[in-house]
Write a protein that binds this ligand. Sequence first.
Ligand SMILES: NC(=O)N[C@@H](CC(=O)O)C(=O)O
Ligand SMILES: [Zn+2]
Ligand SMILES: [Zn+2]
Length: 350
Amino acid sequence: MTRAEIVIPRPDDMHLHLRDEAMLRAVTPASARNFGRAVIMPNLVPPVVSRADVSAYRARILAAVPDGTPFEPLMTMYLTEASDPDEIAAAHAAGEIVSMKLYPAGATTNSDSGVRDIDRVMPVLEKMAEIGLPLCVHGEVTDAEIDIFDREAVFVERVLAPLRRRLPELRVVMEHVTTADGIDYVRDSGGDIAATMTVQHLALNRNALLAGGIRPHNYCLPVLKRERHRLALRAAAMSGDPRFFLGTDSAPHPRHTKEAACGCAGCFTAPVALGILAQIFEQERALERLPDYVAGHGPDFYGLPTSTARTRLVRSEEPVDLPTRVSAEGMDVEVFDPGFDVHWRAEPLE
Ligand SMILES: NC(=O)N[C@@H](CC(=O)O)C(=O)O
Ligand SMILES: [Zn+2]
Ligand SMILES: [Zn+2]
């Protein structure tokens, strides 16, 4: 194929970190350009835990969106052991949030305020099941004795499956699923569950993190896994199963905090996500499945209409020059590099 193009509904990013202040201003334009809507993660410092926090953060995001770019942040609230079921129900009823986010305390970036004991949040989860408000889950256990490559599979077995047996009506999104175990669980366990998958977990296996030198910009949580897991993720993404959809988990950190003795977890993929995904779906001869993966299944799960705006994906003979860095206000953020040529680029249409 030399030059080709496809026009698809404007994609939505169902898992995104935009941060705050200078970083928020630096990274928001890339997401607003490529995506019509995004589910915004609440792991700021301090976290987004109240209705007032949600509305103030939403206003700061909108202020960072370039003029004339339509972009709708879909807000989430950070679940803590002090979360109040009535406040959450009120936020949901008022359309202020699309989900609650569960971080096991200590599992990932800015998760210290997260949940230590699931029993303590059962009243909130029961209320959410009753009103149909989804729970977005960072699905990893935090026990020091569990190997980091096993933490997702162990979470499914010890936390998620028992929770869903206890509360089968709870709607759940297993965020950034990375293992065949997670994929199998979402596909086979029944009930109202879905999963997001990132760009980096479809593009790379753990060799890209560790072979031939350590590559901190490929470090994220859950950590990249073995090839067989990447292949299971690819198969799920290409299967057309509506329970699987894009959440980039684009997670910017200042460059010096990743290129460090103890580097931060997170890959900044927002500027390049769509081109890389088109490349991957083309490679798998499944381009016709891309629109549902990036623009159909996600909004469907959240009860939102598919976007009526359009995006054109253009394939060129020559590889695209991918941006390597975003700099603003003295802040440097390295853009994710998939390590292979990308011939596709996304152009938002009016
Ligand atoms: N994915 C990551 O590696 N990092 C995310 C947190 C998260 O989504 O777990 C971040 O906020 O930096
Ligand atoms: Zn996470
Ligand atoms: Zn994330």
